[in-house]
Design a protein around this ligand. Structure first.
Ligand SMILES: CC(C)(COP(=O)(O)OP(=O)(O)OC[C@H]1O[C@@H](n2cnc3c(N)ncnc32)[C@H](O)[C@@H]1OP(=O)(O)O)[C@@H](O)C(=O)NCCC(=O)NCCS
Length: 299
């Protein structure tokens, strides 16, 4: 852990500091105060991502006043593996803003990622202007909407609760062994990200479809079934998923590229609260056709 001092502000720079529990908890405080999210939940999911590389400024009392983190986020894009880095947890406490702290942390994180040899960088933001000067551009995302396919197979689904330790173990096992949800655009790994997102959004339903060896994340809005992710070693068809779930909605929306579902729908521009931005100097991280980052992989 590097700990150079910045005498100008009396702040201390800490990098790669997650092994230090007090520093991790100080970041959790920062993110709770700024975004009202609790990354302390990671304690239930075997702790923070070991690939994470946080960059933070800490005050004399040990408060994290500014942070920006990088982490390994391997992708599959148009069937090719891409070594990508994700950026997250970017925040500065209000009393420390407009002093260049965030710019400093961004430069450090981007330089680190370049030295590590990552091919592309991704982030989600409601402030895209912050990142354009650093080579990031907003990438459009599309969901896919269409009529329900004719279901196949018998109804065989069980709701899962991450508050139940056996269910959590089952979901974790299926996540650890998952195949790619799409050949066009998938994120590999990210078990913790999936579990955190499922906890953060109380509307997300998780179901185990044992005959298909799958755990699915879904929501219902009116009479529309929204499929957020399919976690399985081999992707089942949408018809089999609908059959196992016993769903009888009017329409289905797929919130990831549906190329492995044996089904196609109409592409609709996705309007999320954040832009997906990609820095892609080698032009390898943007798929050739419409795609979407599954909501379970938001970071
Ligand atoms: C956005 C935020 C991180 C900026 O932190 P900061 O320390 O005040 O930023 P800096 O002083 O280092 O400014 C860095 C650059 O970003 C620009 N900038 C700052 N806030 C900005 C904003 N909201 N939108 C666009 N650009 C912004 C600055 O003008 C500066 O540009 P320059 O390098 O050309 O001078 C901080 O306001 C914050 O924590 N906001 C709430 C949480 C948030 O939005 N986080 C980002 C999530 S993606």
């Amino acid at each position: 852990m590097a700990r150079p001092h910045d005498p100008l502000r009396g702040l201390e720079l800490r990098t790669g500091y997650f092994a230090d529990r007090a520093s991790f908890l100080a970041l959790a405080d920062l993110l709770r105060d700024i975004f009202d999210i609790d990354i302390g939940l990671l304690d239930r999911f075997s702790g923070p991502d070991p690939t994470a590389m946080p960059f933070g400024w800490f005050d004399a009392a040990g408060r994290c006043v500014a942070n920006f983190s990088a982490f390994s986020m391997p992708l599959v894009v148009d069937g090719q593996a891409v070594r990508a880095v994700g950026y997250q947890s970017g925040a500065v406490r209000p009393d420390y803003r407009a002093q260049g702290l965030y710019g400093d942390l961004m430069r450090r994180a981007f330089a680190w990622a370049e030295a590590e040899g990552f091919e592309a960088g991704l982030l989600l933001t409601d402030k895209p202007d912050l990142y354009r000067p650093h080579g990031f551009e907003t990438v459009p995302q599309h969901l896919c909407r269409g009529p329900m396919p004719e279901p196949t197979g018998a109804v065989d689904a069980r709701p899962l609760s991450l508050d139940d330790s056996a269910d959590l173990a089952l979901v974790t096992d299926v996540l650890e062994d998952r195949g790619e949800v799409s050949g066009r655009f998938s994120v590999r790994g990210q078990t913790r990200t999936f579990l955190l997102n499922a906890c953060f959004d109380p509307d997300v339903q998780l179901s185990h479809l044992p005959a298909l060896g799958a755990v699915i994340a879904w929501k219902r809005e009116g009479r529309v079934l929204r499929l957020l992710d399919v976690v399985a070693k081999g992707m089942p068809t949408l018809a089999a998923i609908i059959g196992a779930l016993g769903a009888r909605d009017d329409a289905v929306e797929i919130l990831f590229a549906p190329d492995r579902l044996g089904w196609d729908g109409r592409e609709i521009a996705y309007q999320g609260s954040c832009d997906l931005m990609i820095r892609d100097p080698g032009r390898r991280a943007k798929p050739s056709r419409a795609f979407m980052l599954p909501p379970t992989m938001e970071f």
